[in-house]
Write a protein that binds this ligand. Structure first.
Ligand code: CO
Length: 133
């Protein structure tokens, strides 16, 4: 089994501060990490849940993939990040099995991780992110 843990569940939101405040007030959550990933057009906040994270994700610009997702689908579940020991190996296994990669090769993600995205078409409607710490 190449997937070792749920790394994060990403939720697309319009207002990041409001979403953070909700998790703080409703569940006493604390933000473990904040980061703007300008190359992806995302502003994200990570809330730790055991060894995994909830990743609240907002758009930094109107042409970012998150902005387009919000426009088309509204707020909600955006992708599931699975932790892997070796992102390149997991991606190769996926492609060999007929899966559809978005990233042809692993690339830098947030918090210094190495990531690759897998297209929801071919993954039963769920955008998958492979995350190597
Ligand atoms: Co992610």
């Amino acid at each position: 089994m190449l997937l070792t843990e749920i790394d994060h569940v990403a939720i697309a939101v319009h207002d990041l501060e409001a979403a953070i405040a909700y998790y703080q007030e409703a569940f006493g959550a604390e933000v473990a990490h904040r980061e703007v990933v300008e190359s992806d057009g995302v502003d994200e906040a990570l809330i730790k849940v055991a060894d995994s994270y909830i990743q609240l994700t907002a758009a930094t610009r109107p042409d970012s993939p998150i902005a387009k997702f919000l426009e088309k689908r509204g707020e909600g579940l955006h992708h599931v990040g699975y932790r892997v020991d070796d992102c390149a190996a997991a991606l190769a296994s996926l492609v060999e099995a007929g899966g559809r990669a978005i990233d042809e090769a692993p690339r830098p993600g947030s918090r210094g991780t190495t990531v690759a995205f897998v297209h929801p078409k071919g993954s039963f409607g769920t955008l998958i992110e492979l995350v190597q710490e």
